[in-house]
Design a protein around this ligand. Sequence first.
Ligand code: SIN
Length: 322
Amino acid sequence: MSNNHIEVKPVSGFTGAEISGVDLSRPLSDDVVKEIRQALLKWKVVFFRDQNLDHAAQIAFTARFGDVTYAHPHEDEPIEGFSEILTIDRSRFEKRNGLRRSSYESRWHTDVTAALNPPAGSILRAVNVPSIGGDTTWTNLVAAYEGLSAPLRALADGLKAEHRFNAGLQFPSNSKLAQRIAINPLVSIHPVVRVHPETGERALFVNPGFTSRILDVSPQESELLLELFFKQITKPAYTARFRWNNGDVAFWDNRATAHLAPQDIDHIDVERVLYRTTITGDIPVGPDGFRSQPVEGELFGVEVPSALKDKLGKLEAEPALA
Ligand code: SIN
C-alpha cells in the first residue's frame, strides 16, 4: 500500500466512505492526514478495511487528529499501559455489569455527549468480530438538520437540551453499570443545533442515548419534540451500516454523527471485541452563539477523570503518542 494518496469511495448517498490506499500502521504524511480529514468532514464517518493496528498504533493514528482522551469517563479498569483505549467486549461488559448487552450504549447515541466537551471524533478497531451480525450503523446529523422544514430548523436553532448518562434508563438503578455512572456523573446543556467548528455546518445535535429533555418548554412539549428529532436523525436515508471484519477501522466525526451499536447479537453466543479511542472535543456552540453549559462533572480530556483517580490509585493518563 502506498501512503501518498488515498482513494475515497462513498458507501451511501449521505453518510460514510471507504478509504483505501493507506496503511494506518505506518507513519502518515501530513498530506494523507489532510486528505483523511477532508473525507471525514465530508462523509462524517470513514472506514479503512483490513488494517493491522495494535493499541499503540491506534493511539498514534488517533493522535494525528487531536489530543487522545482517557478511555472513557466511567472506565475504572483501563488496559495497563494504554489508558486511552476503551475496550468494547460483550463478555467483559457482561462480567463487569451483569447485563447481557453487546455494548456500553446500545441505543442511537453520539459518544459522551453528557460531557461539556463531547469527543470531536472516535476511532473504533475490530479485533474479534462475529461472522454473523454485529454491524454498526451511523447517521449524518447535518443531513438530518438540513432535511427538516425551514420552520422546524428555525425552531430547533433556538433550543437547548440537557444531556446525561442514564437518559431513558434501560438498566436497573442498582446495577453495577448504574453504580459506575454514579461515581462520575456528567450532565451538560447543549444547543439542539450545533455549528460545526470546522465546516460551519449545522447539525441536529440530540441523541436518544443521552439527551434527556429540551429546556424551557413543558414536559409534554419536550417529549414530543425529542420524539420528532430522534425520528429525524434515525431516518434510514441518512444512515450507513458497516459490516465489520477483523482489522477494520471506523473513524467518525462525533460532532456530526450518531451511531447505533448492534442490535442483533444479544441472543446468540458470539464474541465481539473492538477497541475505541476518542479525540478531545471543544465546547459546542449553537447558531445564536449559545455555548454549552456544565451542570455536573468536568471536561473530558487526556487526564484521568478526577472522580476515578482514587480508584485507579497512581495511574496517570499517559500523554498521547506523537
Ligand atoms: C460505540 O458506541 O462506540 C461502539 C459501537 C459498537 O459497538 O459497534
